[in-house]
Design a protein around this ligand. Structure first.
Ligand SMILES: [Ca+2]
Length: 180
């Protein structure tokens, strides 16, 4: 089924997914959301892991994912689109898997966030304020340009790096360790 230009549905967890033209905006609920977004050649599945509800969208070229102030979890994977993700306040868990030509940007916002890059294609993650943990796999077995840019920003942050090329803003208040 092809979605029309404007499609909006409200789920009971408060999570919304709205297609405007070829842009998809996913917004978490006020009580904390568990959001899974999977993009495959511009077809997108949005899974609400609180309600178990799925929504599908076609012809997408841009994806924004925003969650609110409580503790949220966001998982994103895509092969042609990089998502723009802002987890906002709270202690959030954001996981990125850029498996193709898309390059995601994810901000943890305030709070102690955990950001994980499973596969990168020039992916950028920023912890924001708070003591953040960043797990960065830059293995080049999946994408051709697997560098990661990782920013801890304020607070004492921990970077765990699995090989490859990682650019960080780590200072002496942060710790950087190689994954075993
Ligand atoms: Ca946060």
């Amino acid at each position: 089924m092809i979605e029309k230009l404007e499609s909006r549905r409200l789920l009971s967890s408060g999570l919304t997914a709205t297609q405007s033209g070829t842009t998809l905006d996913v917004v978490g609920g006020a009580d904390g959301s568990k959001i899974v977004v999977r993009e495959d050649n511009q077809n997108v599945l949005v899974h609400d892991n609180v309600t178990g509800t799925d929504q599908t969208f076609a012809g997408i070229t841009a994806i924004n994912i925003v969650s609110q102030a409580k503790d949220d979890s966001i998982f994103y994977t895509g092969n042609t689109i990089g998502a723009q993700i802002d987890a906002g306040g709270g202690n959030d868990t954001v996981t990125i898997d850029d498996t193709g030509t898309g390059s995601s940007y994810a901000s943890g916002g305030g709070g102690d966030d955990t950001l994980t890059v499973i596969h990168s294609h020039r992916t950028t993650v920023a912890g924001g304020g708070g003591g953040d943990s960043l797990f960065l796999n830059t293995a080049s077995d999946v994408t051709s340009d697997s560098e990661v840019w990782a920013y801890g920003n304020g607070g004492s942050d921990t970077f765990v790096i699995s090989g490859g090329t990682v650019h960080t803003d780590a200072t002496k208040q942060d710790s950087v360790v190689e994954a075993p």
